[in-house]
Design a protein around this ligand. Structure first.
Ligand SMILES: *Cc1c(COP(=O)(O)O)cnc(C)c1O
Length: 232
């Protein structure tokens, strides 16, 4: 089942690229494997998937221990400062940074490991009360502050769009995040890149790609429904 679903997602990603005159190689698929058993990740790995997204520190660490070393782990969930130390040397990219204090902790821990950590700034474009992320009008100031830290690098922006029946309803939010990234890129802030735009999930990744996503985070569309709603 994972094989067929993965093929379907990849096919739809290609179609969305075609529809918007983009190159498929410019859009990465993050397979969101949260709550799913190791066998599912292993199957996806055998099918060529190397980018996996998790939203819980413990689960990411457990799975990283058991999966091959060339997997790129993406932390996509809310991250508490006291847990940064467990993942900083294991993750390829942290998508969910929305405060200076968190970035400072990531820089401190990355420094201890002699590395720099790549991060995205999570923006709450739709202004949903329940969501983490900075307001769009706060993003630039936060990025300027984070840019002074020695061992983190801002690589772009991420958003979690609202849950909607019709993906078209989220098009405006994806367009807003893209515009924000262009505006910030124009400021040429030292040590800051706006190359990555992480947006789009199972319900709306095609629309996100049409609006400029360079990473889409797809869980259900590849692995099927999650049974544990606690880990959303
Ligand atoms: C769970 C999750 C996803 C994937 O959601 P699906 O609708 O299953 O594709 C993407 N991004 C984040 C931040 C998530 O927590």
């Amino acid at each position: 089942m994972i094989q067929e679903q993965l093929k379907q997602v990849q096919g739809r990603m290609e179609a969305a690229c075609k529809a918007s005159a983009r190159e498929p190689k410019d859009v990465a698929l993050i397979a969101v494997s949260k709550t799913k058993p190791l066998e599912d990740l292993e199957e996806a790995y055998r099918l060529g998937v190397r980018d996996f997204g998790e939203n819980k520190v413990q689960e990411l660490v457990d799975k990283a221990e058991k999966m091959p070393a060339d997997v790129r782990w993406h932390m996509i969930g809310h991250l508490q400062r006291n847990k940064v130390k467990y993942i900083v040397d294991k993750v390829f990219l942290i998508h969910s940074v929305d405060s200076f204090r968190l970035a400072e902790e990531i820089s401190k821990e990355a420094g201890k490991h002699g590395t720099t950590a790549d991060i995205l700034i999570e923006v709450n474009v739709a202004g949903e009360e329940s969501k983490f992320g900075v307001r769009p009008d706060e993003a630039e100031a936060l990025i300027r502050q984070i840019a002074t830290l020695p061992a983190v690098r801002v690589k772009g922006l991420m958003t979690i769009a609202p849950y909607v029946e019709n993906a078209e309803d989220n098009r405006k939010y994806f367009a807003q995040l893209k515009q924000l990234s262009v505006d910030i890129a124009d400021k040429n802030i030292d040590n800051v890149s706006m190359k990555i735009l992480s947006m789009g999930m199972t319900g709306d990744y095609q629309v996100a790609i049409e609006e400029g996503a360079t990473m889409v985070r797809v869980g259900t569309g590849i692995f099927g429904e999650r049974t544990k709603s606690v880990s959303q």
